[in-house]
Write a new protein. Structure first.
Length: 249
């Protein structure tokens, strides 16, 4: 059994009388892509936000790399080995691709006292930024202005920003949204490569892509889990078919 890098137990999040996430438990294991699917409003993004530490759980527990991080903030969880991407672009479009990634890498070794040094020349952050770009397939784009990248490569850059912080767990919120077929293929290849030394949680609406890349799938409806299993069993699950997939899948 692969190593458990993130464990979430009984995660619940209420907003007043609305229960956005209701007693959800899951595990992210090294070498696996664990997809979370469901219709809009099912609670997927709220779940990611709770796991990332952006919003607090009303109830439940989150363990990261064997450490209880339930009460830790998002920056603290990031330093502890958690990276995430967002549905909306979070890059600095006016900066180069390398500078975007260098800023993320800089968080690993902040040096606020070195006010006389040009941060852009920090060997540590530049080297780790270049490594992250190479891993994400963007080494040849390092000197390009980030805002000039095509959509698919902007999404790759967002993953590179995560990688620059050296996470063990990646939470990816719809990384293939808006992509064409060729861009999707590149992203699927990247995810398949990254899972070798990461645990990945993937929220995605492209069901063909999900069933190609996921090792395990959790299905959410109205904030709760209705199924969590290997793709073949999820596809054959009658309740999942009625609630989400339809009989054509």
């Amino acid at each position: 059994m692969a190593e458990r890098l993130l464990v979430a137990e009984g995660i619940t999040r209420r907003f007043g009388g609305l229960v956005a996430v209701n007693d959800v438990s899951l595990e992210l294991r090294l070498g696996e892509v664990h997809a979370v699917i469901g219709t809009n409003g099912a609670g997927k993004s709220t779940l990611i936000n709770v796991l990332a530490g952006e919003i607090a759980a009303t109830a439940g527990r989150v363990e990261l790399l064997g450490r209880d991080v339930t009460r830790l903030s998002q920056p603290q969880r990031a330093l502890a080995g958690l990276g995430r991407s967002y549905q909306r672009s979070t890059i600095f479009p006016q900066f180069t691709v390398l500078e975007n990634c260098r800023l993320a890498a800089q968080a690993r070794l902040p040096r606020p006292w070195a006010i006389w040094e040009d941060a852009r020349r920090c060997a540590f952050s530049v080297e780790h930024a270049r490594q992250a770009l190479a891993r994400a397939g963007l080494a040849d784009e390092a000197d390009r202005i980030a805002g000039q990248l095509p959509h698919g490569k902007k999404r790759q850059l967002e993953i590179a920003l995560c990688l620059a912080t050296a996470p063990r767990v990646l939470l990816l919120d719809e990384p293939m949204a808006g992509m064409g077929a060729e861009e999707t293929e590149r992203m699927l290849a990247l995810l398949a490569e990254l899972k070798r030394d990461h645990a990945i949680l993937l929220v995605e609406h492209d069901m063909d892509a999900v069933f190609r890349v996921a090792d395990r799938i959790t299905v959410m409806v109205n904030g709760a889990t209705i199924a969590s299993d290997v793709p073949e069993r999820v596809r054959a699950n009658a309740e999942v078919q009625r609630a989400y997939l339809g009989h054509g899948h």
